[in-house]
Design a protein around this ligand. Structure first.
Ligand SMILES: [Ca+2]
Length: 353
């Protein structure tokens, strides 16, 4: 290439960059000190969205909940394959896990259910406004009384289940209810069918969440709906990447402690790959999002204090160490050292029956 050609090429590139810059600065909405037209602060947007939600909330109190939405699927006791030998690292190893008989909600908990709980107990409402994934005009669609409730924390979900005389399902119970006793990538089998669940994209006909059970093919072998998509679901367990290797072989209830709770299934905002029967996700228990909901489970045995696994109670000294280490983990970029220290403290300080 001659020197002239090189200079011409450089000039062309600079010209394109300059044109793009000018274009962006002319069309971009950067708020000025006096507030440019068309710019609405986030706080105002949230306020507007919350006002728009009032009508949807009024609807909740008026609806009658069909008993079908409270139906639970009975899962017989016995072994099943937990994990996936060919899956990701946190989905391995595949193990044979045995569960006692239990029941699990055939549908995700709906807004109508949750608002009945709010009305009866004064519990806080779901947090919905102000998320990037949903604009204000989408909130009334999200808040259909029979769509899954979202915008609830792990504690909110757990409180609701206890109020209903139920509890959150364990990771093992959730996975068994999704895949049955065989091996299958999705609740319907191994074929990649994006239209078979309410996931991201328009194939299923829903932009946000759908009424629970509306996408009929998203049905597990035991008749449990929306285990692939619609809302992601909080489950009871603390999350640990190595939980599948460490858990006990019968009725496992997860690690004794942790920082994050496990979440199962994909949402209306996820791709099909995220909705596999073994897909595991985690989130801080206090987190609330428009993609995360839940369903409840119950044991066939009467739910008494004595039936619970032995309590895991740290000594005050250990609890203080864990608290300090958690604080350090929050602050530190190099968390590996604190994580291994934390494990050491836990190994010495906790008993798990
Ligand atoms: Ca779901």
């Amino acid at each position: 290439m001659s020197r002239l050609l090189k200079w011409l090429y450089l000039a062309l590139v600079l010209a394109i960059v300059a044109i793009l810059q000018i274009g962006i600065s002319r069309t971009g909405k950067v708020p000025g000190a006096d507030g440019e037209a068309g710019y609405t602060p986030l706080a105002t947007k949230i306020k507007e969205a919350e006002q728009g939600m009032k009508a949807a909330e009024a609807q909740m109190a008026a609806v009658r909940i069909d008993p079908e939405y409270d139906r639970m699927a009975a899962i017989p006791g016995g072994p099943f394959f937990m994990g996936d030998a060919g899956g990701g690292a946190i989905e391995q190893p595949e193990r044979t896990i045995r569960l006692s008989p239990y029941r699990i909600d055939a549908y995700e908990t709906t807004f109508a259910h949750y608002y009945a709980f709010v009305a009866a107990t004064g519990h806080r409402k779901p947090r919905l406004a102000g998320y990037l994934a949903v604009d204000s005009s989408g909130l009334p669609f999200l808040m259909n009384p029979f769509n899954p409730v979202v915008g609830v924390s792990w504690d909110d979900a757990s409180s609701y289940c206890l109020w209903k005389g139920k509890r959150l399902p364990t990771e093992a119970e959730w996975e068994r209810a999704a895949k049955g006793t065989g091996r299958r990538a999705w609740v319907w089998g191994d074929e990649e069918r994006p239209s078979f669940a309410n996931l991201v994209g328009g194939e299923d006909g829903f932009k946000y969440t759908a009424p629970v059970g509306a996408v009929r093919p998203d049905r597990s072998p035991d008749g449990v709906y929306d285990m692939t998509g619609n809302a992601m679901e909080w489950v009871a367990d603390w999350f640990d990447e190595r939980a599948y290797a460490a858990m006990r072989a019968s009725d496992p209830s997860g690690p004794p402690t942790g920082k994050e709770r496990a979440i199962r299934g994909a949402s209306w905002n996820d791709a099909l790959e995220r909705g596999r029967t073994v897909t595991r996700f985690k989130m801080r228990p206090s987190y609330r999002d428009v993609t995360i909901g839940f369903r409840c489970a119950a044991s066939d045995r009467p739910f008494t204090k004595d039936a619970l696994p032995p309590a895991v109670i740290p000594s005050p000294k250990i609890a203080t160490s864990i608290f300090s280490l958690d604080t350090a983990l929050d602050l530190s970029y190099n968390a590996a050292v604190f994580s291994s220290l934390r494990r050491l403290v836990l190994r010495g300080g906790f008993s798990n029956g």
